[in-house]
Ligand binder design. Structure first.
Ligand SMILES: [Zn+2]
Ligand SMILES: [Zn+2]
Length: 131
């Protein structure tokens, strides 16, 4: 099963190109950030593919993040709407109490939203650094 180099029929192959899977000897191996290749052309091809994939993953992450933020904003609007409706039926005293509650809830929602945004950003960064 000993493969020989595609360029040197007398030399045993030490590696396989991770792009085209052709066997190559030490001398012919092109090593780079992404692994071992039979040629610079293969390395370039693999690099293009890896970078495209990365970009797509980042886009997907960003999309997920904006969806979550949207949901939080809708939630905040619903809460404020309910509170405003109740307000019409309440005494001034209760109204004041409720007003404090609303600003508290709004602050909480705002905090959650920025937390989510930070998390999404970090995840995207992590994905980039891993490769
Ligand atoms: Zn190759
Ligand atoms: Zn060779």
């Amino acid at each position: 099963m000993a493969d020989t180099c595609i360029n040197h029929p007398n030399k045993p192959a030490m590696t396989r190109c991770i792009q085209c899977h052709k066997p190559v000897c030490d001398e012919c191996t092109v090593s780079g950030f992404y692994g071992s290749f039979c040629s610079n052309a293969c390395q370039q091809k693999y690099k293009d593919y890896a970078q495209r994939k990365e970009a797509m993953e980042q886009q997907a992450q960003a999309h997920k993040g904006s969806g979550l933020l949207g949901k939080l904003i809708v939630l905040a609007v619903v809460i404020v709407g309910c509170v405003l409706a109740w307000k019409l039926l309440l005494t001034p005293e209760k109204q004041k109490e409720l007003k404090d509650r609303v600003s508290e809830t709004a602050a909480e929602v705002k905090e959650k939203a920025s937390e989510t945004a930070t998390e999404v950003k970090e995840k995207a960064k992590e994905a980039t650094e891993k490769k």
